[in-house]
Write a protein that binds this ligand. Structure first.
Ligand code: GLY
Length: 569
Protein backbone atom coordinates (compact mmCIF):
# COMPACT_ATOMS: atom_id res chain seq x y z
CA UNK A 1 0.00 0.00 0.00
CA UNK A 2 1.25 3.45 -0.86
CA UNK A 3 -0.37 6.28 1.00
CA UNK A 4 -1.01 9.95 0.45
CA UNK A 5 1.32 11.69 -1.96
CA UNK A 6 3.88 13.61 0.03
CA UNK A 7 3.15 16.99 -1.58
CA UNK A 8 -0.08 17.17 0.46
CA UNK A 9 1.75 17.14 3.76
CA UNK A 10 4.92 19.19 3.94
CA UNK A 11 5.85 18.74 7.53
CA UNK A 12 4.71 16.37 10.18
CA UNK A 13 6.10 16.80 13.62
CA UNK A 14 7.03 13.55 15.33
CA UNK A 15 5.61 13.49 18.77
CA UNK A 16 6.81 11.58 21.75
CA UNK A 17 4.88 11.35 24.95
CA UNK A 18 6.79 11.58 28.20
CA UNK A 19 4.77 11.05 31.35
CA UNK A 20 1.61 12.16 29.54
CA UNK A 21 3.35 15.29 28.21
CA UNK A 22 3.79 15.47 24.47
CA UNK A 23 7.22 16.33 23.25
CA UNK A 24 7.44 17.54 19.69
CA UNK A 25 10.56 17.62 17.61
CA UNK A 26 10.45 18.94 14.09
CA UNK A 27 11.61 15.97 12.08
CA UNK A 28 10.26 16.16 8.57
CA UNK A 29 9.98 12.63 7.14
CA UNK A 30 9.05 14.01 3.71
CA UNK A 31 12.01 16.35 3.22
CA UNK A 32 15.34 15.39 4.68
CA UNK A 33 18.92 14.89 3.64
CA UNK A 34 21.75 12.84 5.08
CA UNK A 35 24.47 14.69 6.98
CA UNK A 36 27.63 12.64 6.61
CA UNK A 37 29.80 14.20 9.29
CA UNK A 38 29.14 16.37 12.30
CA UNK A 39 31.05 17.69 15.29
CA UNK A 40 28.88 18.10 18.38
CA UNK A 41 29.34 18.90 22.04
CA UNK A 42 26.25 17.38 23.71
CA UNK A 43 25.67 14.11 21.94
CA UNK A 44 25.75 12.34 18.60
CA UNK A 45 24.10 9.47 16.76
CA UNK A 46 25.23 7.75 13.55
CA UNK A 47 23.02 5.18 11.89
CA UNK A 48 22.03 3.76 8.52
CA UNK A 49 19.17 6.23 7.99
CA UNK A 50 19.10 10.01 8.51
CA UNK A 51 15.60 9.91 10.03
CA UNK A 52 16.65 7.31 12.59
CA UNK A 53 19.71 9.38 13.56
CA UNK A 54 17.47 12.46 13.89
CA UNK A 55 15.11 10.51 16.16
CA UNK A 56 18.07 9.50 18.32
CA UNK A 57 19.29 13.08 18.69
CA UNK A 58 15.73 14.30 19.39
CA UNK A 59 15.64 11.82 22.29
CA UNK A 60 19.00 13.10 23.59
CA UNK A 61 17.67 16.66 23.42
CA UNK A 62 14.61 15.57 25.39
CA UNK A 63 16.80 14.45 28.28
CA UNK A 64 17.42 10.89 27.25
CA UNK A 65 20.89 9.40 27.55
CA UNK A 66 22.81 7.41 24.92
CA UNK A 67 20.95 4.22 25.85
CA UNK A 68 17.56 5.94 25.36
CA UNK A 69 18.78 7.26 22.02
CA UNK A 70 20.06 3.84 20.96
CA UNK A 71 16.67 2.26 21.75
CA UNK A 72 14.70 4.95 19.90
CA UNK A 73 17.10 4.83 16.93
CA UNK A 74 16.73 1.05 16.64
CA UNK A 75 12.95 1.31 16.74
CA UNK A 76 13.02 4.03 14.08
CA UNK A 77 15.33 1.87 11.94
CA UNK A 78 12.78 -0.96 12.17
CA UNK A 79 10.46 1.39 10.27
CA UNK A 80 12.65 3.44 7.93
CA UNK A 81 15.32 0.83 7.17
CA UNK A 82 13.39 -2.42 6.84
CA UNK A 83 16.18 -4.27 5.05
CA UNK A 84 18.10 -4.55 8.34
CA UNK A 85 16.45 -2.45 11.03
CA UNK A 86 14.04 -4.84 12.63
CA UNK A 87 11.59 -6.22 15.11
CA UNK A 88 11.95 -9.70 13.58
CA UNK A 89 15.71 -10.08 13.98
CA UNK A 90 18.30 -9.69 16.69
CA UNK A 91 21.42 -7.84 17.71
CA UNK A 92 24.15 -7.04 20.20
CA UNK A 93 24.80 -3.98 22.32
CA UNK A 94 28.10 -2.94 23.89
CA UNK A 95 28.12 0.10 26.16
CA UNK A 96 30.32 2.04 28.49
CA UNK A 97 28.09 3.74 31.04
CA UNK A 98 28.71 7.01 32.82
CA UNK A 99 30.64 5.92 35.90
CA UNK A 100 32.79 3.50 33.94
CA UNK A 101 30.81 0.24 33.93
CA UNK A 102 30.96 -1.67 30.66
CA UNK A 103 28.10 -3.97 29.63
CA UNK A 104 27.24 -6.27 26.74
CA UNK A 105 23.75 -7.41 25.83
CA UNK A 106 23.04 -10.45 23.64
CA UNK A 107 19.70 -10.40 21.86
CA UNK A 108 20.78 -12.74 19.11
CA UNK A 109 18.12 -14.94 17.54
CA UNK A 110 17.81 -18.50 18.82
CA UNK A 111 17.04 -21.79 17.06
CA UNK A 112 13.42 -22.86 17.70
CA UNK A 113 12.83 -25.94 19.86
CA UNK A 114 11.87 -27.96 16.80
CA UNK A 115 15.14 -27.13 14.98
CA UNK A 116 17.64 -29.94 14.41
CA UNK A 117 21.11 -30.16 13.00
CA UNK A 118 20.19 -31.65 9.62
CA UNK A 119 17.14 -29.51 8.95
CA UNK A 120 18.65 -27.92 5.82
CA UNK A 121 19.91 -31.18 4.27
CA UNK A 122 18.19 -33.31 1.63
CA UNK A 123 17.81 -37.10 1.79
CA UNK A 124 21.33 -37.49 0.34
CA UNK A 125 22.76 -35.31 3.09
CA UNK A 126 23.41 -32.28 0.88
CA UNK A 127 22.55 -28.72 1.87
CA UNK A 128 19.39 -27.59 0.05
CA UNK A 129 20.35 -24.24 -1.50
CA UNK A 130 18.38 -21.32 -0.08
CA UNK A 131 16.48 -23.30 2.56
CA UNK A 132 18.23 -21.57 5.46
CA UNK A 133 18.07 -18.19 3.70
CA UNK A 134 14.55 -17.64 2.42
CA UNK A 135 11.07 -18.17 3.72
CA UNK A 136 9.62 -19.46 6.94
CA UNK A 137 12.18 -22.14 7.87
CA UNK A 138 15.05 -19.64 7.74
CA UNK A 139 14.07 -17.69 10.84
CA UNK A 140 15.44 -17.92 14.34
CA UNK A 141 13.35 -16.71 17.26
CA UNK A 142 13.63 -12.88 17.15
CA UNK A 143 15.55 -11.19 19.96
CA UNK A 144 15.30 -7.48 19.23
CA UNK A 145 12.22 -6.55 21.26
CA UNK A 146 13.46 -8.34 24.40
CA UNK A 147 16.83 -6.66 23.85
CA UNK A 148 15.25 -3.22 23.73
CA UNK A 149 13.34 -3.84 26.96
CA UNK A 150 16.47 -5.21 28.67
CA UNK A 151 18.38 -2.10 27.54
CA UNK A 152 15.79 0.05 29.34
CA UNK A 153 17.59 -0.90 32.58
CA UNK A 154 20.14 1.83 31.78
CA UNK A 155 17.78 4.28 30.08
CA UNK A 156 16.09 7.32 31.59
CA UNK A 157 12.91 7.66 29.56
CA UNK A 158 9.97 5.24 29.40
CA UNK A 159 9.51 2.96 26.40
CA UNK A 160 6.34 4.80 25.37
CA UNK A 161 8.47 7.91 24.77
CA UNK A 162 11.16 6.02 22.90
CA UNK A 163 8.81 4.08 20.65
CA UNK A 164 6.45 6.91 19.66
CA UNK A 165 8.64 8.37 16.89
CA UNK A 166 8.76 4.90 15.28
CA UNK A 167 4.98 4.62 15.52
CA UNK A 168 4.57 8.04 13.90
CA UNK A 169 6.98 7.17 11.11
CA UNK A 170 5.16 3.89 10.42
CA UNK A 171 1.70 5.43 10.60
CA UNK A 172 2.29 8.66 8.73
CA UNK A 173 4.97 7.37 6.43
CA UNK A 174 8.24 8.74 5.13
CA UNK A 175 9.64 9.45 1.72
CA UNK A 176 11.90 6.86 0.11
CA UNK A 177 15.04 7.50 -1.92
CA UNK A 178 15.99 6.19 -5.36
CA UNK A 179 18.21 3.55 -3.79
CA UNK A 180 15.37 2.36 -1.55
CA UNK A 181 12.87 2.38 -4.44
CA UNK A 182 15.28 0.24 -6.48
CA UNK A 183 15.70 -2.16 -3.57
CA UNK A 184 11.91 -2.60 -3.21
CA UNK A 185 11.60 -3.12 -6.97
CA UNK A 186 14.33 -5.77 -6.88
CA UNK A 187 12.54 -7.49 -3.99
CA UNK A 188 9.22 -8.05 -5.78
CA UNK A 189 9.88 -11.58 -7.06
CA UNK A 190 11.08 -12.77 -3.64
CA UNK A 191 8.09 -11.16 -1.94
CA UNK A 192 5.79 -13.10 -4.24
CA UNK A 193 7.63 -16.36 -3.50
CA UNK A 194 7.99 -16.15 0.28
CA UNK A 195 4.83 -14.44 1.53
CA UNK A 196 1.43 -15.85 2.30
CA UNK A 197 -0.30 -12.47 2.70
CA UNK A 198 -0.08 -9.12 0.86
CA UNK A 199 2.67 -6.83 2.19
CA UNK A 200 3.11 -3.05 1.92
CA UNK A 201 6.36 -3.61 0.06
CA UNK A 202 4.76 -5.57 -2.81
CA UNK A 203 3.41 -3.35 -5.52
CA UNK A 204 2.12 -3.81 -9.05
CA UNK A 205 3.66 -0.56 -10.32
CA UNK A 206 7.28 0.34 -9.76
CA UNK A 207 8.39 2.12 -6.62
CA UNK A 208 10.08 5.42 -7.30
CA UNK A 209 12.03 8.00 -5.42
CA UNK A 210 9.69 10.37 -3.55
CA UNK A 211 7.03 7.71 -2.85
CA UNK A 212 5.77 7.64 0.73
CA UNK A 213 5.98 4.32 2.56
CA UNK A 214 3.22 3.90 5.15
CA UNK A 215 3.22 0.76 7.34
CA UNK A 216 -0.07 0.50 9.24
CA UNK A 217 0.36 -3.13 10.36
CA UNK A 218 3.80 -2.32 11.70
CA UNK A 219 2.43 0.76 13.48
CA UNK A 220 -0.16 -1.45 15.19
CA UNK A 221 2.52 -3.96 16.24
CA UNK A 222 4.59 -1.09 17.69
CA UNK A 223 1.51 0.16 19.55
CA UNK A 224 0.98 -3.30 21.07
CA UNK A 225 4.60 -3.21 22.24
CA UNK A 226 4.11 0.32 23.61
CA UNK A 227 0.96 -0.69 25.49
CA UNK A 228 1.84 -4.23 26.63
CA UNK A 229 5.63 -4.18 26.86
CA UNK A 230 7.67 -7.11 25.51
CA UNK A 231 4.53 -9.26 25.86
CA UNK A 232 3.06 -7.11 23.07
CA UNK A 233 5.47 -8.96 20.79
CA UNK A 234 6.27 -12.33 22.42
CA UNK A 235 2.72 -13.10 23.54
CA UNK A 236 -0.84 -12.21 22.56
CA UNK A 237 -1.79 -10.99 19.11
CA UNK A 238 1.69 -10.42 17.65
CA UNK A 239 2.95 -13.86 18.74
CA UNK A 240 -0.24 -15.38 17.37
CA UNK A 241 0.30 -13.63 14.01
CA UNK A 242 3.90 -14.92 13.85
CA UNK A 243 2.85 -18.49 14.59
CA UNK A 244 -0.03 -18.36 12.10
CA UNK A 245 2.44 -17.08 9.51
CA UNK A 246 4.71 -20.04 10.35
CA UNK A 247 1.82 -22.45 9.97
CA UNK A 248 0.84 -21.06 6.56
CA UNK A 249 4.43 -21.18 5.26
CA UNK A 250 5.76 -24.43 6.75
CA UNK A 251 7.88 -22.81 9.50
CA UNK A 252 8.61 -24.32 12.91
CA UNK A 253 8.61 -21.37 15.33
CA UNK A 254 6.05 -21.93 18.09
CA UNK A 255 4.33 -19.79 20.73
CA UNK A 256 6.47 -21.45 23.38
CA UNK A 257 9.68 -20.42 21.54
CA UNK A 258 8.59 -16.80 21.55
CA UNK A 259 7.51 -16.79 25.17
CA UNK A 260 10.76 -18.43 26.29
CA UNK A 261 13.11 -16.04 24.50
CA UNK A 262 15.48 -14.11 26.78
CA UNK A 263 18.01 -11.38 26.08
CA UNK A 264 21.17 -12.12 28.06
CA UNK A 265 23.69 -9.80 29.73
CA UNK A 266 27.20 -11.03 28.96
CA UNK A 267 30.61 -9.99 30.19
CA UNK A 268 32.12 -7.77 27.48
CA UNK A 269 35.21 -9.10 25.72
CA UNK A 270 37.83 -6.58 26.84
CA UNK A 271 41.55 -6.32 26.08
CA UNK A 272 44.29 -3.71 25.69
CA UNK A 273 45.77 -2.51 22.45
CA UNK A 274 48.69 -0.06 22.48
CA UNK A 275 47.49 1.61 25.66
CA UNK A 276 43.82 1.72 24.61
CA UNK A 277 41.15 -0.58 25.98
CA UNK A 278 38.97 -2.34 23.43
CA UNK A 279 35.52 -3.38 24.65
CA UNK A 280 33.88 -5.87 22.29
CA UNK A 281 31.11 -8.43 22.05
CA UNK A 282 31.70 -11.95 23.41
CA UNK A 283 30.14 -15.19 22.11
CA UNK A 284 27.80 -15.92 20.47
CA UNK A 285 29.45 -13.22 18.39
CA UNK A 286 32.91 -13.95 17.10
CA UNK A 287 33.38 -10.17 16.81
CA UNK A 288 35.23 -9.43 20.05
CA UNK A 289 37.42 -12.53 19.90
CA UNK A 290 38.42 -11.99 16.25
CA UNK A 291 39.26 -8.35 16.97
CA UNK A 292 41.34 -9.43 19.94
CA UNK A 293 43.24 -11.99 17.88
CA UNK A 294 43.82 -9.69 14.92
CA UNK A 295 44.87 -6.60 16.89
CA UNK A 296 47.23 -8.61 19.09
CA UNK A 297 48.79 -10.32 16.07
CA UNK A 298 49.70 -6.92 14.57
CA UNK A 299 50.54 -5.13 17.82
CA UNK A 300 54.28 -5.84 17.69
CA UNK A 301 54.56 -5.47 13.92
CA UNK A 302 55.79 -2.24 12.25
CA UNK A 303 52.37 -1.26 10.91
CA UNK A 304 52.77 2.53 11.37
CA UNK A 305 56.01 2.36 9.37
CA UNK A 306 54.34 0.39 6.57
CA UNK A 307 51.58 3.01 6.28
CA UNK A 308 47.93 2.94 5.26
CA UNK A 309 47.14 0.91 2.12
CA UNK A 310 50.76 0.01 1.60
CA UNK A 311 51.02 -3.51 0.14
CA UNK A 312 53.08 -4.52 3.20
CA UNK A 313 50.37 -3.39 5.61
CA UNK A 314 47.59 -5.05 3.60
CA UNK A 315 49.58 -8.27 3.40
CA UNK A 316 50.26 -8.35 7.12
CA UNK A 317 46.63 -7.61 7.98
CA UNK A 318 45.42 -10.18 5.43
CA UNK A 319 47.58 -12.90 6.99
CA UNK A 320 46.31 -11.98 10.43
CA UNK A 321 42.71 -12.10 9.18
CA UNK A 322 43.33 -15.49 7.56
CA UNK A 323 44.57 -16.98 10.84
CA UNK A 324 41.77 -15.56 12.96
CA UNK A 325 39.04 -16.71 10.59
CA UNK A 326 40.50 -20.24 10.39
CA UNK A 327 40.06 -20.39 14.17
CA UNK A 328 36.55 -18.98 13.86
CA UNK A 329 35.53 -21.89 11.62
CA UNK A 330 36.78 -24.51 14.06
CA UNK A 331 36.34 -23.14 17.55
CA UNK A 332 33.66 -20.49 17.73
CA UNK A 333 29.96 -20.89 18.44
CA UNK A 334 27.41 -20.26 21.18
CA UNK A 335 29.49 -20.74 24.34
CA UNK A 336 26.37 -21.79 26.26
CA UNK A 337 26.29 -24.92 24.07
CA UNK A 338 29.89 -25.47 23.00
CA UNK A 339 33.05 -25.02 25.04
CA UNK A 340 34.71 -22.19 23.15
CA UNK A 341 38.42 -22.11 24.11
CA UNK A 342 38.27 -18.38 24.63
CA UNK A 343 41.40 -17.96 26.78
CA UNK A 344 43.50 -20.22 24.61
CA UNK A 345 42.51 -18.48 21.37
CA UNK A 346 43.69 -15.14 22.70
CA UNK A 347 46.72 -16.25 24.75
CA UNK A 348 49.82 -14.18 23.82
CA UNK A 349 51.99 -17.28 23.30
CA UNK A 350 49.37 -18.84 21.02
CA UNK A 351 49.02 -15.70 18.89
CA UNK A 352 52.79 -15.35 18.64
CA UNK A 353 53.02 -18.97 17.53
CA UNK A 354 50.24 -18.37 15.00
CA UNK A 355 52.38 -15.72 13.27
CA UNK A 356 55.54 -17.87 13.14
CA UNK A 357 54.94 -18.86 9.50
CA UNK A 358 54.02 -15.36 8.32
CA UNK A 359 56.51 -14.32 5.63
CA UNK A 360 56.53 -10.62 4.72
CA UNK A 361 56.03 -10.09 1.00
CA UNK A 362 54.78 -13.63 0.27
CA UNK A 363 51.13 -14.68 0.12
CA UNK A 364 50.14 -17.32 2.65
CA UNK A 365 47.79 -20.16 1.79
CA UNK A 366 44.65 -21.45 3.44
CA UNK A 367 45.59 -25.01 2.66
CA UNK A 368 48.74 -24.51 4.72
CA UNK A 369 47.19 -22.29 7.40
CA UNK A 370 44.63 -24.37 9.29
CA UNK A 371 42.78 -23.66 12.52
CA UNK A 372 45.43 -23.34 15.23
CA UNK A 373 46.33 -26.22 17.53
CA UNK A 374 45.33 -25.24 21.02
CA UNK A 375 46.63 -26.50 24.33
CA UNK A 376 44.62 -29.57 25.35
CA UNK A 377 42.68 -28.18 28.31
CA UNK A 378 40.99 -26.84 26.85
CA UNK A 379 25.36 -8.19 3.73
CA UNK A 380 22.48 -7.36 6.00
CA UNK A 381 23.06 -5.92 9.25
CA UNK A 382 23.04 -2.39 10.55
CA UNK A 383 25.11 -0.53 13.07
CA UNK A 384 24.52 2.54 15.19
CA UNK A 385 26.89 4.46 17.42
CA UNK A 386 25.63 6.85 20.10
CA UNK A 387 27.31 9.06 22.68
CA UNK A 388 26.15 11.62 25.19
CA UNK A 389 27.72 14.32 27.33
CA UNK A 390 27.23 12.32 30.57
CA UNK A 391 29.84 9.76 29.51
CA UNK A 392 27.55 7.04 28.13
CA UNK A 393 28.62 5.45 24.85
CA UNK A 394 26.55 2.79 23.10
CA UNK A 395 27.50 0.62 20.15
CA UNK A 396 24.75 -1.55 18.67
CA UNK A 397 24.76 -3.88 15.68
CA UNK A 398 21.48 -5.47 14.76
CA UNK A 399 20.43 -7.68 11.90
CA UNK A 400 17.93 -9.71 9.92
CA UNK A 401 21.00 -11.42 8.32
CA UNK A 402 20.36 -10.85 4.62
CA UNK A 403 18.76 -7.74 3.26
CA UNK A 404 15.08 -8.08 4.23
CA UNK A 405 15.92 -11.29 6.12
CA UNK A 406 13.92 -14.32 5.05
CA UNK A 407 11.86 -12.01 2.75
CA UNK A 408 8.79 -13.12 4.72
CA UNK A 409 6.68 -10.38 6.28
CA UNK A 410 4.51 -11.58 9.16
CA UNK A 411 0.97 -11.32 7.80
CA UNK A 412 -0.98 -8.65 9.70
CA UNK A 413 2.05 -7.62 11.78
CA UNK A 414 4.03 -5.83 9.07
CA UNK A 415 7.65 -6.78 9.81
CA UNK A 416 10.22 -8.98 8.10
CA UNK A 417 11.49 -12.10 9.84
CA UNK A 418 15.19 -12.88 9.89
CA UNK A 419 17.07 -15.61 8.01
CA UNK A 420 19.60 -15.95 10.79
CA UNK A 421 19.47 -19.79 10.77
CA UNK A 422 21.91 -19.52 7.83
CA UNK A 423 24.55 -18.29 10.28
CA UNK A 424 24.65 -21.79 11.76
CA UNK A 425 26.82 -24.32 10.01
CA UNK A 426 24.18 -26.37 8.12
CA UNK A 427 26.83 -29.03 7.36
CA UNK A 428 30.51 -29.09 8.35
CA UNK A 429 32.69 -27.47 5.70
CA UNK A 430 29.81 -26.23 3.54
CA UNK A 431 29.96 -22.43 3.21
CA UNK A 432 27.01 -20.31 4.30
CA UNK A 433 25.81 -17.16 2.52
CA UNK A 434 28.97 -15.31 3.56
CA UNK A 435 31.22 -18.14 2.43
CA UNK A 436 32.02 -18.94 6.08
CA UNK A 437 32.48 -22.56 7.03
CA UNK A 438 31.99 -24.11 10.44
CA UNK A 439 31.60 -27.39 12.25
CA UNK A 440 30.52 -28.83 15.57
CA UNK A 441 30.96 -25.56 17.46
CA UNK A 442 28.29 -23.91 15.32
CA UNK A 443 26.02 -26.87 14.51
CA UNK A 444 22.26 -26.36 14.90
CA UNK A 445 20.72 -27.29 18.25
CA UNK A 446 17.36 -26.30 19.72
CA UNK A 447 17.67 -23.12 21.77
CA UNK A 448 21.22 -22.43 20.57
CA UNK A 449 22.26 -19.04 19.16
CA UNK A 450 23.99 -19.02 15.79
CA UNK A 451 27.55 -17.71 15.62
CA UNK A 452 27.70 -14.07 14.58
CA UNK A 453 30.39 -11.78 13.22
CA UNK A 454 28.80 -8.62 14.57
CA UNK A 455 31.33 -6.47 16.37
CA UNK A 456 29.82 -3.46 18.13
CA UNK A 457 32.91 -2.02 19.79
CA UNK A 458 33.98 0.79 22.07
CA UNK A 459 37.62 1.84 22.40
CA UNK A 460 38.54 3.56 25.65
CA UNK A 461 41.42 5.93 26.30
CA UNK A 462 42.29 6.42 29.97
CA UNK A 463 39.04 4.63 30.79
CA UNK A 464 36.87 7.11 28.83
CA UNK A 465 35.17 6.56 25.48
CA UNK A 466 37.46 7.36 22.55
CA UNK A 467 35.81 5.52 19.65
CA UNK A 468 32.34 4.08 19.22
CA UNK A 469 32.54 1.88 16.14
CA UNK A 470 30.80 -0.86 14.20
CA UNK A 471 29.50 -1.82 10.79
CA UNK A 472 27.22 -4.23 8.95
CA UNK A 473 28.71 -6.69 6.46
CA UNK A 474 28.46 -10.28 7.72
CA UNK A 475 31.88 -11.85 8.01
CA UNK A 476 33.54 -8.61 6.87
CA UNK A 477 32.42 -6.88 10.07
CA UNK A 478 35.38 -7.78 12.32
CA UNK A 479 37.93 -7.04 9.58
CA UNK A 480 36.36 -3.62 8.88
CA UNK A 481 36.32 -2.75 12.59
CA UNK A 482 39.91 -4.04 12.89
CA UNK A 483 41.02 -1.83 10.00
CA UNK A 484 39.14 1.21 11.30
CA UNK A 485 40.84 0.92 14.71
CA UNK A 486 44.28 0.39 13.12
CA UNK A 487 43.68 3.29 10.70
CA UNK A 488 43.01 5.66 13.59
CA UNK A 489 45.46 4.35 16.21
CA UNK A 490 48.37 3.14 14.06
CA UNK A 491 48.09 5.26 10.93
CA UNK A 492 46.86 8.42 12.67
CA UNK A 493 44.01 8.85 10.19
CA UNK A 494 40.96 11.02 10.68
CA UNK A 495 37.66 9.31 11.47
CA UNK A 496 36.38 10.40 8.08
CA UNK A 497 39.26 8.72 6.22
CA UNK A 498 39.14 5.64 8.42
CA UNK A 499 35.46 5.22 7.52
CA UNK A 500 35.56 6.08 3.85
CA UNK A 501 38.94 5.04 2.42
CA UNK A 502 39.22 1.58 0.79
CA UNK A 503 38.81 -1.55 2.89
CA UNK A 504 39.76 -5.17 2.24
CA UNK A 505 38.87 -8.55 3.75
CA UNK A 506 40.26 -12.06 4.08
CA UNK A 507 38.36 -14.83 5.90
CA UNK A 508 40.59 -17.88 5.43
CA UNK A 509 38.14 -19.54 3.02
CA UNK A 510 37.78 -18.69 0.21
CA UNK A 511 41.51 -17.97 -0.04
CA UNK A 512 41.28 -14.51 -1.59
CA UNK A 513 41.48 -10.88 -0.59
CA UNK A 514 38.21 -9.05 -1.17
CA UNK A 515 39.03 -5.49 -2.19
CA UNK A 516 36.82 -2.51 -2.83
CA UNK A 517 36.57 -0.98 -6.29
CA UNK A 518 38.45 2.03 -4.97
CA UNK A 519 41.59 0.04 -4.16
CA UNK A 520 44.44 1.72 -6.13
CA UNK A 521 45.80 -0.17 -9.15
CA UNK A 522 49.43 -0.09 -7.98
CA UNK A 523 48.44 -1.69 -4.65
CA UNK A 524 46.51 -4.41 -6.49
CA UNK A 525 49.50 -5.08 -8.72
CA UNK A 526 51.83 -5.41 -5.70
CA UNK A 527 49.46 -7.86 -3.97
CA UNK A 528 49.14 -9.93 -7.15
CA UNK A 529 52.93 -10.06 -7.38
CA UNK A 530 53.07 -11.42 -3.81
CA UNK A 531 50.81 -14.27 -4.96
CA UNK A 532 47.38 -13.18 -3.70
CA UNK A 533 44.11 -13.75 -5.49
CA UNK A 534 41.99 -10.58 -5.50
CA UNK A 535 38.22 -10.37 -5.62
CA UNK A 536 36.69 -6.98 -6.30
CA UNK A 537 33.53 -6.01 -4.41
CA UNK A 538 31.39 -2.90 -4.74
CA UNK A 539 31.72 -1.94 -1.11
CA UNK A 540 32.72 -3.45 2.20
CA UNK A 541 30.55 -2.53 5.17
CA UNK A 542 29.07 0.79 6.21
CA UNK A 543 31.17 1.82 9.15
CA UNK A 544 29.69 4.28 11.64
CA UNK A 545 32.20 5.98 13.90
CA UNK A 546 32.02 8.46 16.72
CA UNK A 547 35.40 9.73 17.86
CA UNK A 548 35.93 11.84 20.95
CA UNK A 549 38.21 14.76 20.04
CA UNK A 550 40.91 16.02 22.43
CA UNK A 551 38.68 18.96 23.46
CA UNK A 552 35.88 16.55 24.40
CA UNK A 553 33.63 17.20 21.39
CA UNK A 554 32.21 14.31 19.40
CA UNK A 555 33.08 13.78 15.74
CA UNK A 556 30.41 11.57 14.20
CA UNK A 557 30.97 10.12 10.73
CA UNK A 558 28.45 8.21 8.61
CA UNK A 559 29.76 5.97 5.86
CA UNK A 560 29.56 7.39 2.32
CA UNK A 561 28.92 3.87 1.01
CA UNK A 562 25.30 4.19 2.09
CA UNK A 563 22.69 6.83 2.78
CA UNK A 564 23.65 6.77 6.45
CA UNK A 565 23.31 9.89 8.56
CA UNK A 566 25.31 11.50 11.37
CA UNK A 567 23.52 13.88 13.70
CA UNK A 568 24.52 15.72 16.83
CA UNK A 569 23.91 18.87 18.82
N1 GLY B 1 24.05 -12.22 10.26
C1 GLY B 1 25.37 -11.74 10.24
C2 GLY B 1 26.09 -11.98 11.52
O1 GLY B 1 25.48 -12.04 12.57
O2 GLY B 1 27.27 -12.14 11.51
Amino acid sequence: MRAFPHFIVFLVALTACQGGRHITSAIDPYHFTATKSVVARNGAVVSAHPLASKVGVAILRQGGNAVDAAIATQLALAVVYPNAGNLGGGGFLVAQLAGGQTVALDYREMAPAAAHRDMYLDAAGNVVPGKSLNGHLASGVPGTVRGLFESLRYAKLPMRTLIQPAIDLAEKGFVITTREANAYNDLQADLALYNTRPTVFAHSSRWKSGDTLVQKDLANTLKRIRDQGAAGFYEGQTAQLIVEEMRRGGGIMALADLKAYKALWRTPHTFDYKGFTVVGMPMPSSGGTLLHQMLKMVESQPLPRYGFLSPDAIQLMTEVERRAYADRAEYMGDADFFKVPQKELTAPAYLEQRMKDYVPGVAGSSTVTRPGRLPKESEQTTHLSVIDAQGNAVSVTTTLNNSYGSKTVVGGAGFFLNDEMDDFSAKPGVPNFYGAVGGEANAIEPGKRMLSSMAPTIVLKDGKPFLVVGTPGGTTIPTSVFQTIVDIIDFGMSANDAVNKPKFHHQWLPDQIDIEKTMPQDVRAALLRMGYKLNERVGIGRTEVIRVLPDGRFEAVADNRGEDGAEGY
